[in-house]
Every structure is written in structure tokens, then in C-alpha cells.
Design a protein around this ligand. Sequence first.
Ligand SMILES: NC(=O)c1ccc[n+]([C@@H]2O[C@H](COP(=O)([O-])OP(=O)(O)OC[C@H]3O[C@@H](n4cnc5c(N)ncnc54)[C@H](OP(=O)(O)O)[C@@H]3O)[C@@H](O)[C@H]2O)c1
Length: 340
Amino acid sequence: MIKNTQVLLAKRPRGEATDDCFEIRELEIPELADNQILIRVCWLSLDPYMRGRMNDVKSYADPLQIGDVITGESTGIVIKSTSADFSEGDPVAAHMGWQSHIVANADDPRLMKVDLNNGSLSAHLGVVGMPGRTAYFGLTEVGKPQPGETLVVAAASGAVGSAVGQIAKIKGLRAVGIAGGAEKCRYVKEELKFDACIDYKAGNLAAELAEACPDGIDIYFENVGGDVTKAVAPLLNPRARVPICGYVSNYNDEDITASETPFHILKSLDTVPEHRFFVVTEWRDRWVEATRQLGSWIGDGRLKYRESIGEGLENAPKYFRGMLKGKNFGKQLIKVADAD
Ligand SMILES: NC(=O)c1ccc[n+]([C@@H]2O[C@H](COP(=O)([O-])OP(=O)(O)OC[C@H]3O[C@@H](n4cnc5c(N)ncnc54)[C@H](OP(=O)(O)O)[C@@H]3O)[C@@H](O)[C@H]2O)c1
């Protein structure tokens, strides 16, 4: 008899989320009621925002409570259905946490059908999933890109950043990436075709950024905050836009409410650039449009992506910690089970 393995929040982290912050439990899988499906999860997405949910701090979403299944999106296959809308074998995405099996009501808004014409099951958690949509809407709606402008994005080899720079190139901008280490920078420049990529760990970020952006910066897509934002700030042009997507360099701070955020840095400038925090759910009614557009760019070779794959739900905490320190190279996923 198959069981459901879940990963729960056992303790709130102070700083990094250590192993004792997580607890693994196994549960019987209940019989399906009418209009329900059972999903075998194949892929779990690990995303930086999950660290924020572990704090007892209200943000745009409620914090997790101790004993809750860790929040997260996964993709998998329907293995049982009592719903007319789903059949066995259907690929689906669900935002229902770190677990190996999911029983869901067929009309649960956290459930989405997956069209494999747009990308693989795993890609629906990355480049054609939430991170890809974040790049698409954050750049086009908040960044308002114009051909010929210069865009800078950090975490440039990561799930969101890699898509932001490539979409900027598609829209006719100069794209400059910032990433940790020579190999990530080589990938961003040579394979993703950004115009330049700077290794912020090499110790010369401000000077190299000025050299890579001779006409200043028109859009800074904010993913990381901290020293990177401070290096970008003096190069922002008078009408620059800064979509604030996240600031991962602060996520492991012991008290993030006391951290210096990009808002503090940007508001202290003589010319304050147009900036705002956005959440991808603002455009929920246009997700299908974005998924199709991203899928078609993958199809014609203009949008490339890379995945970092860890094996097994029990290893998710280790890979989650690693991602927040840049150990991932591309979208961080956990392979939970085979699709067949
Ligand atoms: N607002 C939204 O709706 C939304 C949705 C999705 C994601 N996000 C945000 O988008 C950002 C990127 O997320 P992602 O899923 O694409 O993750 P990711 O870039 O695939 O992984 C995180 C990356 O952050 C970089 N990093 C970690 N610490 C850093 C530091 N101190 N300074 C500079 N870079 C650092 C690392 O890359 P390097 O090795 O290159 O340093 C690491 O690989 C995050 O801030 C996340 O919260 C926001």
C-alpha cells in the first residue's frame, strides 16, 4: 500500500534552515471522495520565497505554522480520479506543498492542468512555470522595456534571472547579468547570449558593471539586494525602473524585519528610481498567455534553461539550503518519482 511522505515545518529557523527545522512524516492515503484526484508527485520545486514563509512574519502571504506541510509547487501525474475533468495519466501542477502524493478536489484553485506542448513536467516548475512567469510579467509589466535600453539582472544563471535576461534580449535590450563564479558567468554569456556577465564574487563588481553598462542602467531587475544593489545604484539612469522581485541575499537574516532592503538603498538615492515590489500572482488571469509565450520561445530556441536536480524528498532541506547560497546552477528541483 503506497503512503504519502510529507515534509513539515518542525521549528522556525534562526538564520539558515537547519535539519531540525524539518520533520518527515508518512501518512495513509485516504480513499477518494467524489470529484477528487490522487497525484503522484514527480517533481518538487524549491524556491527562495519558502524561506520567508518559515518566519513568523506576515508578508504578502501568511507564514507557515509549526506542523504545516512546507509550502511549494510540484508537478506530477494523476494516478486515480473520480472527476470528469481529469483522467489517469494527466500531467498536473499543484501548489500543495512538499509531499509525495496529493489528494485534491478537482476544482481546487491550487491545481493546474499542464500542457506538455509548452515544456516538460519539470519545466512547468521553472522556465514555463512560476519563475518563468515571474520573469515575463516582472520585466514586461513593471520593467516596461524599450529596445536599445540596458537591463541588469543578478542571480542571472538562476530560474528567474536567466529568463529575464533572455526575454530582454528578445525585446531588443542590452542584457547584463551578475552571477556567482566564473562558470555561471560563462554560461550566461556564451549559452544564454547575454551581452556581458559579471562575477560578483571576483571582488570588482562596481568597476566591471560600469564598464559593461557604458550608457548607464535603464532597468535593474532586483533579485538579490545587498551589495549588488549598492553597486548598481550609482549607474541607474534618471528614468530607470526597478521591478523588485526579491532580495535573496537577506532571506537567511536572523531578523529580516531589521535588514537593509533594496527599498532603503533606492530611497536614499538623490534621484529615486521608479520601483515597486511585485508578486507574480498579480497577473494570475494571464498565466496561460505567459506559459504559451514562454513555451513558444523555448520551441524556437530563443529561451534556454538549465535545471539542478536533487533526488528524494528527504533531501529537499539540504538542496533548499544550498539554493539560498548559490549551490544550484539553474532551476533547483527535487526529483520525487518517475512519471511512468
Ligand atoms: N516576486 C515574485 O513573485 C517572485 C517569484 C519567484 C521568485 N522571486 C524571487 O526571484 C529571485 C530569484 O529566485 P529564483 O527562484 O530564480 O532562484 P535562483 O536564482 O534559481 O536561486 C537563487 C540564487 O540566488 C543567488 N544568491 C544567493 N545569495 C546571494 C547573494 N548574497 N548575492 C547575490 N546572489 C545571491 C545565487 O546565485 P549566484 O550563485 O549567482 O549568487 C542562487 O543561485 C529571488 O529573490 C526570489 O525570491 C520572486
